[in-house]
Design a protein around this ligand. Structure first.
Ligand code: PLP
Length: 355
């Protein structure tokens, strides 16, 4: 069997949730969208069963959480898209975010078989989803009059918390609070970055995603600098080792030219597994416990590694692409992306195992 494996560490997920609890007394919506940030939805949701609720992006994911036997509150973070979704919200007991008047019109037409709890989203500056702060009170009145609506809560989303931008984030907090004024309903603002950077953003519910998986959202910081443990290790093995001569060109396009004779290992992983194709020569890996780096273009199933710094490495040696001994943020930085994208991108061809 191909050795390419994503090992998911349930204890790391639990540790990271404890870290959230240590930082905030607010209730926690554990964000498990995108298949648990690529870690496997059911596995993640079960490990995070101490959370107060789960946040998902699709009704299919909400259904999967229910089918896994979890009875928590589930929040559909981008809201429902069409009339047919409303019945599923009631059936699976899923809270929906309301961000646009078209959703109110659909709810007004619906005969709800069971009450639906809603979260009115206020756009305080992200300019993605949400009602304008000026319309919040009118939206609230309209929602309240829809028969079959259960409890009403409020949320907004930060645009620049990951850049630690206090000015923009404070402005968003102010807009949110003045939009809602004295209207009743619990509130939620903070994603991982705000939760860690701005205590005043915590309010009633926090919504961490990345930090639960051990990921840093802050530039130049690793998850471990924030007291987090990585929940995913991506590894494979060397399936070939060869001696290359000075001037040899490695891989598609021959983009890497050997500047000296070197041993090159070929690892059984490529962009078909979700390893980023745009990771350049020099992107770090670990081979047989030693630091090394990739050379040449990443291909679909394979990548090449300069073994000069890992003389003990041979066919069968373990290759770590990211995990505890190699923060995903370092790979992401080399590849011009963020750890979030890398873990979400691991494909289903990779074997997933529990640690
Ligand atoms: C509405 C909403 N809340 C919370 C989160 C969690 O963000 P993070 O993973 O940065 O904590 C997301 C993720 O993008 C989101 O879209």
């Amino acid at each position: 069997m191909r050795a390419t494996t994503a090992t998911i560490d349930a204890d790391a997920l639990k540790h990271n949730l404890k870290r959230v609890r240590a930082l905030s007394a607010a209730k926690v919506i554990a964000v498990v969208k995108a298949d648990g940030y690529g870690h496997g939805l059911e596995r993640v949701a079960k490990a995070l069963a101490d959370a107060d609720a789960f946040g998902v992006a699709t009704l299919t994911d909400a259904e999967r959480v229910r089918q896994a036997g979890l009875l928590h509150r589930i929040v559909l973070l981008s809201g429902f898209d069409e009339y047919g979704d409303i019945e599923a919200l009631a059936q699976w007991r899923v809270d929906t975010v309301l961000h646009h008047p078209f959703q109110l019109a659909l709810l007004e037409r619906a005969r709800l078989p069971a009450p639906i709890d809603v979260w009115i989203k206020v756009d305080t500056g992200m300019r993605r989803l949400g009602f304008s702060p000026e319309s919040a009170a009118a939206v609230y009145q309209r929602v309240r009059e829809i028969p079959g609506i259960g409890s009403i809560r409020w949320m907004t989303h930060f645009s620049c918390a990951d850049d630690n931008d206090r000015e923009v984030s404070e402005l968003q907090m102010q807009r949110f609070s003045s939009a809602i004024g004295e209207l009743p309903g619990e509130r939620s603002l903070a994603n991982s970055a705000a939760l860690q950077a701005f205590r005043t953003s915590h309010s009633d519910w926090v919504r961490p995603g990345g930090m639960l998986y051990g990921l840093s959202t802050f530039p130049r910081k690793m998850g471990r600098d924030l007291g987090l443990k990585p929940a995913m290790s991506l590894s494979t093995r060397l399936i070939s080792v060869r001696d290359c001569a000075l001037g040899d060109r490695i891989g598609y396009g021959g983009t890497y030219i050997c500047a000296h004779p070197m041993r090159v290992g070929i690892a059984a992983i490529g962009y078909g597994d979700g390893y980023p194709r745009h990771a350049p020569s020099g992107t770090p890996v670990r081979v047989a416990g030693q630091s090394a780096s990739i050379v040449g273009r990443v291909s679909m199933d394979l990548l090449a590694i300069d073994l000069s710094a890992a003389p003990a490495a041979d066919i069968g040696s373990e290759v770590l692409l990211w995990g505890s001994d190699l923060p995903v943020e370092r790979v992401a930085e080399a590849a011009g992306t963020i750890g979030y994208e890398l873990v979400c991108g691991v494909t289903r061809r990779v074997q997933f195992t529990a640690k």
